[in-house]
Design a protein around this ligand. Structure first.
Ligand SMILES: Cc1cc2nc3c(=O)[nH]c(=O)nc-3n(C[C@H](O)[C@H](O)[C@H](O)COP(=O)(O)O)c2cc1C
Length: 229
């Protein structure tokens, strides 16, 4: 039955799952065979309790103390959900690799210096759209959206025509306050590896997160268990 043994999780499960998460993410970047191997589906919920999910890019995994980083608009639907309920779950799935990673945890905002630093590396159209777009708000038409981009460029004193002929390099555009990073502090990880005959291998790790100051958590020890498929 174990003819694809290399896909399975070690026996016994390692004490800390984040090295495996890191290895799976790194492996996927080379081998996923599709664009955006760092895409994860992020689920949030707000006052209604209705879960809401969408794709975002995982920009970083910090193994110690253990959080993922993604960037978005703080005033978007997900941003409003996270302000109300700073908890999220995320799932990565790589079809060709026959692997899935599920993550749950607590949310904090990234420090502003980190947001500024990352914003400064983004291609100018993305920097500009962070100013132009009230993400998740209605817009009358795509034409109106284009007008918003032009208006934002004007407000920022940018010469759109010059930028357009300059390529995609970042421009000297400041980060809008409503755009930045979130840290998803990991309290639960499930590694899922496809097996033959639906006998998949699943390892689940959980730990406690205790509030430690305004924007951080202290992490407890990991507990692990194998799950039936
Ligand atoms: C491959 C892919 C990557 C995406 N990456 C991001 C991202 O990193 N940040 C982001 O805000 N939206 C990203 N989006 C758009 C989101 O899926 C979503 O449409 C947007 O953030 C608004 O979500 P909300 O209204 O639920 O807040 C991405 C979409 C796709 C398909």
């Amino acid at each position: 039955m174990h003819h694809e043994h290399e896909h399975f999780l070690p026996e016994p499960l390692p004490e800390n799952p984040l090295q495996a998460v890191d290895e799976w993410l790194t492996f996927a970047k080379e081998n996923a065979g599709r664009p955006n191997p760092d895409a994860m589906i992020l689920a949030t919920s707000g006052p209604s309790g209705m879960p809401s999910s969408r794709v975002v890019l995982c920009k970083e995994l910090i193994r110690d103390p253990g959080y993922l980083v993604f960037f978005t608009n703080y005033l978007s639907k997900k941003g409003r959900d996270l302000a109300y309920n700073p908890k999220a779950s995320a799932v990565f799935h790589w079809d060709r690799l026959r692997r899935q990673i599920r993550i749950e945890g607590q949310i904090t905002k990234s420090p502003t210096a980190e947001c500024d630093e990352y914003f400064a590396t983004r291609a100018w159209p993305r920097q500009l759209s962070a100013w132009a777009s009230h993400q998740s708000e209605p817009v009358a038409s795509l034409d109106h959206m284009q007008k918003r981009v032009e208006r934002a460029a004007k407000k920022l004193g940018l010469d759109l025509a010059a930028l357009e002929s300059s390529g995609l390099a970042p421009a000297d555009i400041p980060r809008p306050e409503h755009w930045g990073g979130y840290r998803l502090w990991i309290s639960s990880v499930e590694l899922w590896a496809e097996g033959a005959g639906r006998i998949h291998d699943r390892g689940l790790w959980t730990r406690d997160l205790t509030v430690a100051g305004d924007n951080a958590f202290q992490t407890g020890p990991w507990q692990s268990t194998r799950l039936q498929p």
